[in-house]
Design a protein around this ligand. Structure first.
Ligand SMILES: Nc1nc2c(c(=O)[nH]1)N[C@H]1C(S)=C(S)[C@@H](COP(=O)(O)O)O[C@H]1N2
Ligand SMILES: [Mo]
Length: 336
């Protein structure tokens, strides 16, 4: 398994866990991170976190990265049991070492390079067709929302998949907060742009910054989720800290990472991948095993960390939530 960076014995241990966990309904598995954070709270971890910001005032900016996340006290959030998986959650180590984050490189091994991402201060801009455009600091935004945990599947267009416990809030809450005008039909999202911080952005053949979009109806669908954390703590940088989209019924590239801007617009936004190769990466990009990518089949997927292939499901198994969104759009290219 080339995607594992761990030792041989870790690799073997994870295989054993996976094989045993395979038959268990996901919700019967013990959420290891809950037990862990309860332990650290009992050990006085909470008071240590509360005191830390004072010390920060005297620190140089370069030390900011070593500070605890300012929202760490919000984790782990209560799991919303409505969204159940048909497979175990992917091991955090495997997930955290197998990423697509082109700002930090074009391989799956960008975990180390992406630690250069500075996530504070982080300002989110909300503009376009809204009652009042605003800029808001990420910590203020997060504290205006109620965080919850959701377990979701993730299906990359490259035919591999994972299952993650995200923490975050429904996109619908951000739409409420933004108060879009009636003329807004789509939401355009943008990732940071800083080639000094992100070496991948020095590659000029990509139309940086990374952009993606949803229709407003999709953004308001109950499944559309803005994730601020994963695995019971603030999000690791390689997953797209401090704010990342999760739209599990679509191919993974739609789930834009490290978002700095939401624009409510009338015209359909063009994402980075669509701008680069429209014949392979369309706007809707809904998962459909019956519609192959121009260069490979989408019928099955490799479940990362298990060595297994499974049949891919229509809308990645989320049809009951999202199929209605596409009624009347049958003439459109709804699949990647
Ligand atoms: N800004 C940004 N967002 C991105 C990407 C990227 O390269 N840059 N890759 C996308 C793709 S193709 C996938 S599959 C997922 C991967 O998320 P993960 O690394 O947390 O599994 O992020 C998506 N969001
Ligand atoms: Mo992807």
């Amino acid at each position: 398994m080339p995607y594992l960076l761990g030792t041989e014995s870790e690799t073997r241990a994870m295989n054993v866990i996976r094989r045993r966990g395979w038959e268990l309904p996901e919700r019967l598995a013990t959420p290891e991170h809950l037990a862990f954070s309860r332990r650290s709270l009992l050990a006085g971890g909470a008071s240590a976190l509360a005191l830390a910001p004072h010390a920060a005032l005297a620190q140089r900016v370069s030390d900011l990265d070593k500070m605890p996340d300012p929202t760490a006290d919000l984790y782990p959030a209560k799991r919303n049991e409505k969204y159940v998986l048909d497979r175990p959650i992917t091991d955090e180590k495997i997930n955290g070492n197998y990423n697509n984050f082109y700002e930090f490189g074009t391989t799956k091994s960008v975990a180390a390079a992406s630690q250069a991402l500075r996530t504070r201060p982080w300002t989110v801009k909300i503009d376009g067709m809204v009652e009042k455009p605003i800029e808001i600091g990420i910590d203020d935004l997060i504290r205006k929302m109620t965080l919850e945990e959701r377990t979701y599947r993730h299906r990359c267009v490259e035919a591999w998949s994972m299952a993650i416990a995200w923490t975050g809030f429904p996109f619908a809450k951000l739409v409420d907060f933004a108060r879009p005008l009636g003329s807004a039909k789509y939401v355009r999202m943008e990732t940071f742009l800083d080639a000094k911080m992100a070496p991948g952005q020095r590659a000029t053949w990509y139309p940086w910054p990374y952009v993606e979009g949803l229709s407003l109806a999709e953004a308001k669908n109950e499944l559309a989720f803005l994730a601020t954390g994963a695995y019971g703590h603030p999000m690791a940088k390689q997953h797209g800290a401090p704010l990342r989209l999760a739209v599990p019924w679509k191919y993974g590239f739609k789930s834009i990472k490290s978002i700095v801007r939401f624009s409510f617009v009338e015209a359909r936004p063009k994402g980075l991948w669509e701008a680069l190769q429209a014949s392979e990466y369309g706007f809707w990009a809904n998962v459909n095993p019956a519609v192959p990518h121009p260069r490979w089949s989408q019928a099955t997927e490799e479940v990362i960390g298990t060595g297994e292939r499974r049949p891919t499901l229509l809308f990645n198994g989320y049809g009951e939530y999202v199929a209605d969104l596409y009624k009347g759009l049958e003439g459109e290219r709804l699949w990647a």
